[in-house]
Design a protein around this ligand. Structure first.
Ligand SMILES: [Fe+2]
Length: 481
């Protein structure tokens, strides 16, 4: 592949495409083995402390076994459910659950009828604009829409902004000088899904957003030392909620279509439909710290006996897995440059994905679901329900310099009606009729909403630490205030 050489994230326009381009398995074709430099990288990550890594792997397998048994039994019951009407109490009550699970369902964020009307409004917008692109084009499930009125309304909805900023406070900075502010969110203009009953094409298997090989690369997440503890052999000390290292991490070294170059702390969606398990909805692996540690360490180990030759229990047993040492290859299971990180039962057997990927509990229109940026997630392979399963993708992004630079370009894209800089290019909605304008946004959004979109100066909060105060001032300059 000619594009394998590392490049820093660059402000460049992407080619046209759709959501299938984000994942190697959806875009088809066998991927060639990773180049030798990934083998050198793997060796250097564990050099000199191989024993600690091996011991930590064994502890990890034991812990996974225990937790997987709970998931197989309790399934969706482990997902923390909060009510918007009692948000503050629920956040306190469920704090440790949310931190462990990495996911939260918040009910009733937007009134149900309002959220349902968003879906009808989008369908009308598509009818008025038959040139709207989608995946698959002949039977649309995910539209290449970024700037419809309902998307603007949801992103700027005061209730949602409140939920987002409160969830963002699950994160913290171990370094108070880190250039990140957690007191307000910035908007990331993502797509939407209106999935029809019976659809089996928009079947995204287990994956993690935020790049793939970058998680191991020294010029990727390594720039912020995000996963250093895991590679050092002490995954228990790795805190998924410490934002300090993420500020300088690079998540997209290969200009991947569908890669997110903004730092989003959570991915999320606002439901526009009532959807139950198996009705085209989301599944997550709710073991944030363990699953991250496993996905990162898996490439350093291999099975002695193959799964076809022994029972599942023998295959998964710690004594069947050896550190690869001199036999190590360049493979980073499920990671392909320019694509999202994919996972499956064959490559990641100890995650027991068949039973550890649990469905969202039933959601209604107006419910919001958020999951940590390192959470393994998937979409039902077949939508077996009777009506549409529809969501607006709305992540939660903090104030950082990198995010502000993206916001400037995204603000321009909004004014032009083209997709945000991370997304497949083309004319997008620039010639769509009834596309909302800046004056529409300004008539709808309150100051907080306008700040999120980059149309109002950010506020420096007295409770912010020194790094947050500094970065907020800097971001205001970047935004032109
Ligand atoms: Fe995803």
């Amino acid at each position: 592949m000619a594009t394998m050489a590392p490049t820093q994230s660059q402000p460049q326009t992407k080619r046209e495409g759709n959501i299938a381009d984000s994942f190697a398995s959806l875009s088809g074709g066998n991927q060639p083995p990773l180049p030798e430099r990934f083998l050198d990288l793997k060796r250097s990550l564990v050099a000199g402390h191989e024993d600690r890594v091996i011991e930590s792997w064994n502890r990890l397998l034991a812990q996974l076994k225990q937790e997987n048994a709970i998931l197989a039994k309790d399934k969706s019951k482990v997902i923390p459910i909060l009510e918007f009407s009692t948000l503050d109490e629920d956040l306190i009550r469920l704090r440790s659950d949310i931190k462990k699970r990495g996911v939260a369902l918040i009910r009733g964020v937007i009134p149900e009828s309002e959220a349902r009307s968003y879906k009808n409004e989008i369908e009308e917008y598509v009818r008025q604009n038959p040139s709207t692109k989608a995946f698959p084009q002949d039977d649309p499930q995910v539209y290449e829409l970024y700037w419809s009125k309902p998307q603007l309304k949801a992103r700027a909805h005061p209730n949602l902004l409140e939920v987002q900023s409160k969830l963002m406070n699950f994160w913290y900075s171990s370094n108070p000088e880190s250039s990140i502010a957690l007191s307000q969110t910035l908007t990331y203009a993502d797509r939407l899904r209106i999935r029809q009953p019976g659809d089996a094409k928009f079947a995204l298997g287990p994956h993690v957003d935020g790049g793939s090989v970058e998680r191991w690369e020294k010029h990727g997440y390594g720039l912020g030392g995000v996963y250093d503890k895991v590679f050092e052999g002490s995954w228990e000390d790795y805190d998924p909620w410490d934002a300090s290292g993420r500020v300088s991490a690079v998540m997209d070294n290969y200009n991947g279509l569908g890669a997110c170059s903004m730092f989003r702390m959570f991915q999320g969606w606002m439901s526009m439909s009532n959807s139950r398990a198996f009705e085209g909805t989301l599944l997550v692996n709710p073991l944030l710290q363990l699953s991250t540690a496993y996905l990162l360490l898996r490439p350093f180990f291999h099975p002695l006996k193959q799964s076809k030759d022994v029972s599942k229990e023998e295959y998964l047993a710690a004594d069947n897995w050896a550190f690869s040492g001199s036999g190590m290859t360049s493979e980073l299971q499920g990671a392909t440059p320019g694509h999202g990180q994919e996972l499956n039962s064959e490559l990641h057997p100890h995650l027991e994905l068949d039973t550890s990927m649990v469905h969202m509990p039933e959601v209604k229109a107006g419910d919001f679901v958020a999951w940590h940026c390192d959470t393994i997630h998937a979409v039902d392979s077949v939508h077996q329900g009777q009506s549409d399963s529809s969501v607006l993708y709305i992540p939660i992004c903090p104030v950082t310099e990198q995010n502000a630079h993206y916001l400037v370009r995204q603000r321009k894209a909004f004014l032009d009606g083209t997709p945000g800089p991370d997304f497949p290019g083309g004319e997008g909605e620039s010639r769509h009729i009834n596309r909302p304008t800046e004056s529409y946004l300004k008539s709808y959004a309150n100051p907080e909403g306008l700040r999120a979109f980059g149309f109002e100066k950010l506020v420096v909060s007295s409770s912010d630490n020194p790094g947050a105060r500094m970065v907020t001032k800097k971001v205001n300059e970047i935004l032109g205030f």
